[in-house]
Design a protein. Structure first.
Length: 67
């Protein structure tokens, strides 16, 4: 599990795209899992979880299209 002390979508996207499967914790946002290179919405999600997943997955898509 990787701990991110601050919410930086581009840095989180780079981590997820490299490892492809695992778990992360974002300080102030909560715990998340990712699989197949995409962040997954946690069970019992709140609005901040949906926003975080959307922003990070957008950054992942940008990384994939950059190559």
């Amino acid at each position: 599990m990787r701990l991110f002390k601050s919410y930086a979508p581009s840095m989180i996207a780079k981590h997820i795209s490299r490892l492809f499967k695992g778990r992360i914790y974002i300080n102030g946002r909560g715990s998340y899992e990712f699989d197949h290179g995409k962040l997954i919405i946690p069970e019992q999600a709140q609005k901040k979880h949906f926003v975080t997943v959307k922003e990070v997955n957008q950054e992942i898509r940008k990384l994939k299209h950059a190559y």
